[in-house]
Write a new protein. Structure first.
Ligand SMILES: Nc1nc2c([nH]c(=O)n2[C@@H]2O[C@H](COP(=O)(O)OP(=O)(O)OP(=O)(O)O)[C@@H](O)[C@H]2O)c(=O)[nH]1
Ligand SMILES: [Mg+2]
Length: 133
């Protein structure tokens, strides 16, 4: 892939009734392995970002997204890879959230997110979540 083509990624911020956020730990063999992440994955050819969000959150955390609103878009260069994170806040879903792919997972209050190690690009997401709405 040309260095000018960032990987487009749909990322979901899922909140439970207590206001805690769902995070899971990336497999050690993956890019940015062993860091915590918000669920999501690459937007495939012919898919909208919203389609990708619904598909990835279905596959990774067992929910059917019913509604979501765009939170932010983050461009980041990891040197070995450039990403464009399209971050959405999931506002309605059905199903019980859990991690379906064997990754460690947790619900974390927003104020505690800083204590977990995320990929560098995620700092901007955490900063936004910490701001009052
Ligand atoms: N899902 C997810 N990916 C993130 C986050 N932050 C971040 O930099 N990324 C980067 O976005 C890229 C794509 O994510 P991914 O590995 O989940 O993609 P995917 O589910 O389609 O996996 P695969 O195609 O490798 O099986 C990775 O390079 C990853 O490091 C995040 O919070 N969540
Ligand atoms: Mg993924």
């Amino acid at each position: 892939m040309a260095s000018s083509d960032p990987v487009h990624v749909a990322v979901g911020v899922i909140e439970n009734a207590d206001g805690d956020i769902f995070i899971s730990k990336r497999h050690k063999d993956l890019h940015q392995g062993e860091k915590w992440e918000f669920p999501g994955g690459k937007v495939e050819a012919g898919e909208t970002v919203y389609d990708a969000l619904v598909r990835e959150l279905g596959e990774e955390c067992n929910i059917e997204v019913k509604a979501a609103s765009p939170l932010t878009v983050i461009h980041h260069d990891y040197n070995d890879k450039r990403v464009m994170l399209d971050v959405w806040r999931v506002t309605a879903f059905s199903g019980d959230v859990r991690q379906c792919e064997g990754q460690e997972w947790l619900w974390v209050p927003v104020y505690a997110l800083q204590a977990y190690q995320f990929p560098e690009a995620n700092q901007a997401i955490i900063d936004l979540l910490e701001k009052p709405l």
